[in-house]
Design a protein around this ligand. Structure first.
Ligand SMILES: [Zn+2]
Ligand SMILES: [Zn+2]
Length: 77
């Protein structure tokens, strides 16, 4: 079983999870450094300074290393 970390929905296959992650409403931030997605609340304490919640990842700064998924979609279309 594969579970989405953002919304806790479960999927039978990794592919199904990957497809879900593209549309998951709760995975709104995208880290350019490690390529992971997570909730906005996981990346910031105060709504001002953002950093990647992954321990091994150095990514930080909204619009620097971290982007909103919606913004990325808008930019590529
Ligand atoms: Zn999800
Ligand atoms: Zn990261």
């Amino acid at each position: 079983m594969h579970t989405c970390r953002n919304c806790n929905q479960s999927f039978q296959t990794e592919l199904a999870l990957e497809l879900h992650r593209d549309t998951c409403k709760k995975g709104q931030l995208f880290c350019q450094v490690c390529g992971d997605r997570f909730r906005e609340g996981d990346a910031t304490q105060d709504g001002w300074h953002y950093e990647c919640p992954n321990d091994e990842c150095e990514g930080d700064g909204l619009q620097e290393d971290l982007y909103r998924v919606d913004d990325v979609r808008a930019a590529t279309h």
